[in-house]
Design a binder for this molecule. Structure first.
Ligand code: HEM
Length: 230
């Protein structure tokens, strides 16, 4: 193979890698926006039954009469499913490319920028995928009913988090989410070219704060329920 041919192939390979990383960053940002909105919505459980149930109802009639009943939710669901498929597919492609690019195994496994969060992106991502499947079976399709069967979303939430093992699953999953977000936010900022050396400490701190806000924000309603505060 000629040198120019090899150089052209390498340049194309680099472009594909960059495209895959951009897809990961953009779909990751879509998830982050959803997660922040969802977390904020869940906090309405602290204001009591009618606040939470009204909120769940409003989500379904949002955009009516322009949109049909649950139309907004379906647009969101389709957007999330497309993002999820692209996010996971790009992660697998990037992983394959990284392995292929390595002619021999790393002698030194830990890189300078490696953190627990960055090293657990693959397994953490898989755990989150399992959590999302479980979560949808529980709260959307109502296939898994924990604590009993209820018509009111608020009653479902309270009954569920009075169950200790369910609380444990959610606590562990939210910690996994926080770790995934911490590295994900940092990584997306690098990919999108918003970073430079001077900004690194601020970016790292922001990623940590975002992760902590999401973990604490999501866990407050379940813990408040478990400790009988709501
Ligand atoms: C403590 C954490 C969480 C709690 C208590 C919680 C609670 C709920 C509840 C009650 C619903 C049903 C809402 C309704 O039908 O009106 C729901 C739906 C959903 N949640 Fe969560 N959630 C949590 C974390 C998460 C996380 C981290 C994600 C994603 C990464 C997520 C993704 C979803 C999705 C995709 C739906 C389905 C929306 C739909 O299609 O109707 N949730 N959640």
């Amino acid at each position: 193979m000629s040198t120019t041919h090899t150089a052209a192939r390498q340049a194309m390979g680099r472009r594909t890698t960059v495209t895959l990383k951009i897809v990961m960053a953009v779909t990751g940002i879509i998830f982050l926006l959803f997660v922040l909105a969802h977390m904020y919505g869940n906090l309405k459980a602290l204001s009591g039954q009618s606040a939470f149930d009204d909120y769940a109802h409003h989500l379904r009639v949002l955009g009516e009469p322009l949109l049909p009943y649950s139309g907004f939710l379906w647009i969101m669901r389709i957007g999330l499913i497309v993002s999820l498929v692209l996010h996971v597919w790009s992660a697998l492609q990037l992983n394959r490319r990284n392995r292929g690019a390595r002619s021999q195994k790393y002698v030194m496994k830990k890189s300078v920028t490696s953190t627990l969060s960055s090293r657990t992106m693959g397994w953490g991502g898989l755990a989150l995928l399992l959590f999302i499947v479980f979560h949808i079976l529980q709260f959307t399709t109502l296939t898994i009913e924990v604590g009993g069967s209820f018509d009111s979303p608020y009653d479902r939430l309270v009954a569920a988090f009075e169950t200790w093992w369910l609380l444990a699953i959610y606590v562990l999953s939210m910690i996994a989410l926080g770790m995934h977000l911490r590295h994900g936010v940092w990584s997306a900022v690098q990919t999108l070219g918003w970073s430079n050396r001077k900004r690194q400490p601020a970016i790292k701190a922001t990623a940590l704060v975002v992760a902590l806000v999401v973990v604490v924000g999501f866990l407050v309603p379940p813990l408040a329920i478990a400790f009988g505060l709501v």
